[in-house]
Write a protein that binds this ligand. Structure first.
Ligand code: UD1
Ligand code: MG
Length: 430
């Protein structure tokens, strides 16, 4: 579509009280700004992002994920504010959609709704019970007159419940004409983009309010806003996956990263957390398990199981208090209390309670390779690098530092001593 998009992301975000730039705060595993870029990329091939505060950090972050984005550095010392942010910005197409970078809930559809019709300006408007934090929209005779920022409002204006959601679709020519004229005669001594509305009204141009919902247009200014937006996003993500056949027990207690994927019939019990680019297929994740950047196929995990990055399990049972990291398990059972890191384990093998792959010597990580049908007894330490061939038994309590050949039993157990009546000698008889 022939429309340009400008995303304002130069602000400091002082209300976040954070050293991280506001737009890099994450919602469901993705920076707020990235949610906005994703929606914008679906409707435009001319996207400009305005940066200033920690510009290098934000730009590098963006460039790791996205290509073909234009950047514009705001002269924020001279021209602070959202209007200042637009100074010197040139866009390619006849219409320009301007959006704030702190609106992570917007979608392609909500952006498209703003581009309809041929008004000189379309602006997004929300009706709210609690309008605080937003600019108020002054409407008279059903026509938008101007936007007044909260800090500039008199008492009557403060009570207005119709607010500016922060997205505008403007004729690019108009923008080029208005932006240089914006002044800073207001409570914050900032150049407000919102002033273009009054400029257009004064010239009798058409400004069309497009009524939208806060569930898609919420602006995030504080950590409280962030948590509210997160809840809305989570609800959206979970609804999507439930509609595609994922079962969720008490969904409000479940957290799912926006980058996670599911296939087939999966069950998530209450308290489950799915992070990163996890992939789950026909699997059952039980109460309070945490899954991060893991692949789980035809398997079950938990309750209270933990799969860390690059865990890849198929046809496998992972029980309670078992942690798996950077390991591939195929048809394996690890029912209780184990750490499996930097390992590969083949079909039919059983990992007993308390088994630990000692994968780290304080300097480097080492690999453990376990073949088919290996029975690893409880409380065994597998000191990597280590290879255990097929059809092996490792006796409970073994400390294994040498490779084991096919069909062998490996056992390391200090001889047992029994001393008669030692208890009574030590504690005395009652
Ligand atoms: C802005 C609007 C307000 C609207 C609200 C909707 C103005 C003056 N006010 O207020 O009417 O109700 O959004 O969420 O526009 N930014 C820059 N450069 C700056 C300042 C800000 O690029 O100098 C960017 C920020 O990074 C942010 C966006 O512009 O992404 C909005 O800035 P913010 O300070 O959050 O404005 P609000 O007070 O929320
Ligand atoms: Mg804001």
């Amino acid at each position: 579509m022939s429309i340009s998009v400008v995303i304002l992301a130069a602000g400091k975000g002082s209300r976040m009280k954070s050293t991280t730039p506001k737009v890099l705060h994450e919602i469901s595993g993705k920076a707020m700004l990235f949610h906005a870029i994703d929606a914008a990329q679906k409707i435009s091939d001319d996207i400009t992002i305005i940066l200033y505060h920690q510009a290098t950090r934000v730009q590098e972050h963006i460039e790791q994920e996205y290509k073909n984005i234009n950047f514009h550095i705001q002269e924020a010392e001279k021209f602070p504010g959202t209007g200042g942010a637009m100074k010197g910005v040139k866009t390619k197409y006849k219409k320009t959609l301007i959006l704030n970078g702190d609106m992570p809930l917007i979608t392609q559809e909500s952006l498209l709704a703003l581009t309809k019709g041929d008004a000189d300006i379309n602006m997004s408007v929300i009706k709210l019970l609690n309008p605080s934090g937003y600019g108020r929209v002054i409407i008279a005779n059903q026509k938008v007159q101007e936007i007044v920022e909260e800090k500039d409002c008199n008492q009557t204006q403060k009570d207005i419940k119709t607010v500016n959601a922060g997205i505008y679709c403007v004729n690019s020519n108009l923008l080029n004409r208005y932006i240089p004229k914006i002044g800073n005669n207001n409570a914050q001594k900032e150049y407000y983009l919102t002033d273009i509305i009054k400029m257009a009204v004064d010239e009798n141009l058409t400004v069309t309010p497009i009524y939208v919902e806060e569930t898609e247009f919420k602006g995030v200014n504080s950590k409280l806003d962030l948590s509210i937006a997160e809840e809305i996003m989570q609800q959206r993500i979970k609804e999507k996956w439930m509609n595609q056949g994922v079962s969720m027990r008490l969904p409000t207690t479940i957290y799912i990263d926006i980058r996670a994927n599911f296939k087939g019939e999966c069950i998530l019990e209450n308290g489950v957390t799915i992070l990163g680019k996890s992939y789950l297929e026909n699997s059952h994740i039980k109460t309070h398990s945490v899954i991060e950047d893991a692949t789980i196929i035809n398997s079950d995990v938990g309750p209270i199981g933990r799969l860390r990055p690059l865990a890849h399990i198929t046809d496998t049972h992972i029980g309670n208090f078992v942690e798996v990291k950077k390991s591939t398990l195929n048809g394996v059972k690890a029912g209780h209390l184990a750490y499996i890191g930097d390992a590969s384990i083949e079909r039919g093998s059983n990992i007993g309670a308390g088994v630990i792959t000692c994968n780290y010597d304080g300097k480097k990580k080492y690999q453990t390779t376990i073949g088919k049908n290996v029975f690893v007894g409880s409380d065994t330490q597998l000191i990597a690098p280590l290879t255990i061939e097929d059809d092996v038994i490792i006796a409970a309590g073994t400390t294994l530092a040498k490779n084991v050949k096919q069909g062998e039993l490996a056992i390391s157990r200090p001889p047992l001593k029994r001393i008669s009546n030692f208890f009574y000698k030590f504690f005395g008889k009652s």
